[in-house]
Design a protein around this ligand. Structure first.
Ligand code: RB5
Length: 158
């Protein structure tokens, strides 16, 4: 289940969290609305305890399928939901707690999903991380070869 908000010039963003990321997901959703960035919310939609892998998988699949260009995930630490998203073929999810890593995750790793911990970073920094992630382009060049090698690991699994 998801809800779409506001159509902007940017491509569709997928967003999701467990209960521990629910508050920050609301903050990030408000930020995206203010910026006119269209997004789909894959839940959770209440503060009731729930399981982060469900949302990591849903957002990961939305990005891997091309339905959404990028994804934003939030749980308590960002770690569990990021691990889950990275199990989806085609996902490159980076857990980021500061802007430098978010910038480099785009420039060098072409990360298509970011994971943030609501219990780790405050809302102000989290919005800066999101802004950095959404506004930084992949540098390509030698980094494209390395990212291709990452993706080739998936092809050797089964
Ligand atoms: C939930 O308590 C917590 O374990 C989860 O949000 C996340 O931090 C897991 O990595």
């Amino acid at each position: 289940m998801f809800y779409a908000h506001l159509r902007g010039e940017e491509s569709m963003i997928a967003i999701g969290s467990d209960h521990a990321g629910f508050g920050l997901k609301a903050e990030i959703s408000k930020y995206l609305e203010r910026k006119g960035i269209e997004f789909k919310d894959f839940g959770t939609f209440t503060e009731d305890s729930t399981d982060y892998p469900d949302y990591g998988e849903a957002v990961g699949k939305a990005v891997a399928s091309g339905e959404c260009e990028k994804g934003i995930l939030i749980c308590g630490t960002g770690v569990g939901i990021g691990i889950a998203a990275n199990k989806v073929r085609g996902v490159r999810c980076a857990v980021c707690s500061e802007c430098y890593s978010a910038e480099m995750a785009r420039l060098h790793n072409n990360a298509n999903v970011i994971a943030i911990g609501e219990r780790v970073v405050g809302p102000g920094l989290a919005l800066k991380i999101v802004e950095t992630f959404l506004s930084t382009e992949f540098e390509g060049g030698r980094h494209a070869r390395r990212v291709s090698k990452i993706m080739a690991i998936e092809d050797r699994q089964h």
